[in-house]
Design a protein around this ligand. Sequence first.
Ligand SMILES: Nc1ncnc2c1ncn2[C@@H]1O[C@H](COP(=O)(O)OP(=O)(O)OP(=O)(O)O)[C@@H](O)[C@H]1O
Length: 610
Amino acid sequence: MARGRLNSGSKAEAELPKAKLNKQSLRNVSKLLSYIKPYRLKFIGGLVFLVISSLVGLAFPGFFGALIDASQGVKRYGFVPADLKKIGEVAIVVLFFQGFVSYFRITWFVQVAEKSLAAIRRDTYFRLITLPMNFFANRRVGELNSRISADLSQIQETLTTTLAEVIRQVIILIGGITLLVIISWKLTIALLVILPVLIVFAIVFGKFIRKLSREAQDQLAESNTIVEETLQGIANVKAFVNEAFEAGRYDKTLQRVVNIAVRGAKFRGMFGAFIVFCLFGTIFCEIWYGSYLVSIHDKGMTFGQLTNFIVYAAFISAAMGSLPDLYANIQKAVGASERVLEILHEQGEDVSINAEDNVTKKQINGNLEFSNVEFAYPSRSEITVLKNVSFSADAGQKVAIVGPSGSGKSTMAALILQFYHPQSGSIKFDGVDADHYALTDIRNQVAIVPQDVLLFGGTIAENIAYGKLGATREEIITAAKKANADNFISGFPEGYETLVGERGVKLSGGQRQRIAIARALLKNPAILILDEATSSLDSESERLVQEALEVLMKGRTSIIIAHRLSTIREADKIIVLEKGNIVESGNHQELIANEQGLYRYLSQLQFENA
Ligand SMILES: Nc1ncnc2c1ncn2[C@@H]1O[C@H](COP(=O)(O)OP(=O)(O)OP(=O)(O)O)[C@@H](O)[C@H]1O
């Protein structure tokens, strides 16, 4: 029987897919074992102690037999006198030793597993966050999350518990059967003929019952979804007077739950009857035959031996019963390891895990140039998103990019940030190709104020300091003041210590943007990308954000992805994109003068809508 968990990992998902165990998969997994290397002495020590404690555990029931025999005046072993007191003394010493060995086995295994798993977790997480954006385009966050949680917990469980259990159970199985044969080969043969058949039957039957109960759980989950949906959309339910409909829908799924559960109960009952009849029947027959052997004295066995036999028989039945589960656990762990290794083997971006390595080495003044940039997202390589795009922004200039939805504006921002690389053409900073800069040099000196500002769970101060991790409190407050954020922050009872994010206060769109502006101010970048929010703020909030943006843009190159053309009249240059091509560029006056131009058309459209 698998033991309780000894470690901190959360319960691994029962549904983790199993992998086939073969040479290749085991070779793959052995790569993860390199994480155990630094702790190999402890690991080997733990293994040795495990073998010792398993052997001692196996030998211990010998005392029961010896005690019973001694009580009847029969001396069992040459080295143990037929004296209850002496046997008791030896047993206490052995128990003490067993306790000592078990303590170190458990603590060492857990220490090795926790430390090496923490290293694997850290490496996986770090690799994950340094993988190129394209990697994330093809994967769901939930799937990646489960690599870090469920997959790694499964590996952890295997290292701390399953591995030890397999070794223990195999020792018990081999040692136990050997001892049984020594005690009575006749009884052993009888046992070994019946037991495996019963266990295989019980396992197959057990699996079938588990499948049924999973089906019932799935049904229950479905009915819970109805409750959730209905409660979330309660206003809709009421407005359409659909209470009866919803109740009926819920009732139907409940009925299905009951049907499956009742069907499962029948099989469960049969299983119970089988266990009672066959398993207990077998035990009874064994004891019956054993008692017969005891009764014929000289050719048979002693009471003590019969007791020993029964205890060992229980041991090996439990060991046999636990092996399939343990095997399935190892299969799951192998599958989990392969998935984790997949991430570890991915090529990450050139960002170091040490913050000191990521400091800016080459300064950028703010001159930016796209020349003949062609780009298609690697995940959709057949669609060219940017075609032959060329433009330049001098240091300190404001350049706006406008164009219909899907024309490629955000893609240009992604290219400036080096999230992707053009298939042809080049992007230059201060006249030098982006490839000649360290990736971190570019990202350190380019800041983005995105449309949708993501705030991390933490305080407002921490969120602002995300732009400059070592910022002092004064720097944070100064940035917030410049970003027109200090007023609303000071209005909260906890001020800068107010928690935001899931468990904190919910900030309005305009407030979040001002926090993002403060963040960018702290970062003090040479090049700024503003992805203007599409959803309009109320006019007061917009004024505050706009003012803050003006402060932020001062003295740096600003690339403004504009949705509302009214905000970019003052831009030094406006680039008009259409389906990935630059169709026009110039300042507002020049562009508006072109009667056939897209800019003029878009302006008119917005003016009319307004
Ligand atoms: N990660 C991605 N993978 C594949 N295709 C993408 C990806 N992101 C955007 N695209 C596609 O690239 C094209 C340009 O998208 P982009 O987001 O740059 O347009 P946009 O001008 O910023 O649009 P909007 O104004 O709606 O934000 C679109 O056809 C879009 O479907």
